[in-house]
Design a protein around this ligand. Structure first.
Ligand code: PLP
Length: 432
């Protein structure tokens, strides 16, 4: 069957399909750059797997205490070698990215210590972990204080203010690589390296932690290559490659990772226990695929950025900027636009494509939110997904795509949905 016929069967009209084809042609040089990054990262992961002699026995199932769970221990060495760190903790018992971050912080801070964010406000869920918003079990309840240095108006680091904020009590510095759902820029690994060097010059023994969510494998270096003592993330984002059914990781200095082990399980037990419960094959295979999956997501992000930019919508990052994470924001400007976009994304999914998402009052949000997620793994945002708070500037945040063709279909369907809703006119489409 011809590609064009298949597009029609999937609900893509001829003008939308052709606009997509033209844009894809133009973007090929950019896509090749992403392919080259994926190649380097793929070989890095492969080398780590070969070096650690990954074998079929690594996929065996450990239960109970999980003593001598070789598959688990070997995978942790594969992560450590990929991130070029002394050690790593990679476990299904870590429930999500927030949990990984909370674990890394609570394991390495003690009462009287201060946590510093030199990059402004952290990710929403961390506000409760830290106790910026009072919360049961927060670091604040354990006598750990917090300070943050606001970013300059251009979204970059205010070095003099950071120098002033570093004090005797400053034990750990947390740096968020991805902008998440804020409007500041995401930081390159090189920029993070500069920031860490600056901080370490002032206080060499301070622990520098990077929230690496959405950033893994976007560049050929990771923050741990430029001085970060710990990098932290979620396995239902980039490094899980879409196959990990749950989990989180922390990679870094041996002593810090051991502290995380004592906190995750128990003092005295640490990393020795924690059965891998049969998820190891998906962890290995997902990590193996992750560089190419991230590459697909990047192609989708750049394709969407260029498409919507040409239609006159503000997009962050813009169509030409270098990429430091996989998130793409598109400001549609109206509630109807946000809804149509998300419904289009949902209709392109492999799972729940027949479901029509609608805005609802999600706990923890101050406005209704619409979410498109036709995912194999609940909440997985390395899979094609989009969410939009129904409030000005009416932006959608879009990310993921396990394969480039599926990401492309999702974006074309979002456009088709906006055309069908009368938000984008057929004349406008011709300009693409
Ligand atoms: C997703 C994310 C988190 C939290 O991860 P969850 O898995 O949703 O708990 C933290 N920081 C950043 C930058 C993120 O993108």
């Amino acid at each position: 069957m011809e590609k064009q016929n298949m597009a029609a069967i999937l609900g893509i009209s001829e003008p939308v399909f052709q606009a997509g084809e033209r844009l894809e042609q133009e973007l090929l040089p950019r896509f090749l750059e992403f392919d080259k990054t994926a190649e380097q990262n793929q070989w890095k992961v492969l080398y780590a797997m070969q070096k650690n002699r990954v074998s079929e026995s690594c996929f065996q199932y450990a239960t109970g205490y999980g003593y001598n769970d070789d598959g688990r221990d070997t995978l942790e060495r594969v992560y450590a070698d990929t991130f070029h760190t002394e050690a790593a903790l990679v476990r299904p018992q870590i429930t999500c990215g927030t949990h990984s971050l909370a674990l890394a912080l609570s394991a390495n801070l003690r009462p009287g210590d201060e946590l510093l964010s030199p990059v402004g406000k952290p990710y929403d869920t961390l506000e409760e972990v830290i106790g910026i918003r009072p919360s049961k079990g927060s670091l604040a309840e354990y006598g750990i204080t917090y300070r943050q240095v606001e970013l300059k108006p251009d979204g970059f680091f205010d070095y003099p203010a950071i120098a002033q904020a570093i004090r005797e009590e400053t034990k750990l510095v947390t740096i968020q690589r991805s902008k998440g759902y804020q409007t500041r820029p995401s930081y390159s690994v090189a920029q993070i390296g500069e920031l860490i060097a600056f901080i370490k010059k002032i206080k060499p023994d301070v622990i520098c932690m990077v929230d690496n969510c959405y950033g893994e494998f976007v560049e050929t270096l990771e923050p741990s290559d430029v001085g970060a003592d710990m990098v932290v993330g979620s396995l239902i984002k980039n490094p899980g490659g879409g196959l990990a059914p749950a989990g989180g990781y922390i990679a870094g200095k041996k002593e810090l990772i051991e502290n995380c082990g004592y906190r995750l399980t128990s003092p005295g037990l640490g990393l020795e226990v924690g059965a891998s419960l049969g998820v190891m094959q998906s962890f290995y295979q997902g990590f193996f695929l992750a560089p190419v999956v991230v590459c697909s997501a990047l192609k989708g992000a750049v394709f969407a950025a260029n498409l919507y930019e040409r239609l006159g919508y503000p997009v962050i990052p813009n169509g030409r900027e270098s990429r430091h994470d996989i998130i793409q924001a598109v400001e549609l400007g109206t509630p109807e636009g946000v809804i149509a976009f998300c419904q289009g994304i949902q209709s392109a999914a492999p799972v729940d494509s027949f479901v029509t998402p609608v805005p609802w009052a999600m706990p923890g949000y101050d406005s209704d939110v619409i979410m498109a997620a036709g995912a194999f793994v609940q909440g997985s945002s390395i899979e094609l997904s989009a969410d939009g708070p129904i409030k000005p500037p009416y932006a959608v945040y879009f990310q993921g795509g396990l394969t480039w063709p599926s990401a492309k279909l999702g974006i074309l369907k979002s456009l088709e949905s906006l055309v069908n809703a009368g938000i984008i006119t057929p004349e406008k489409l011709k300009e693409l």
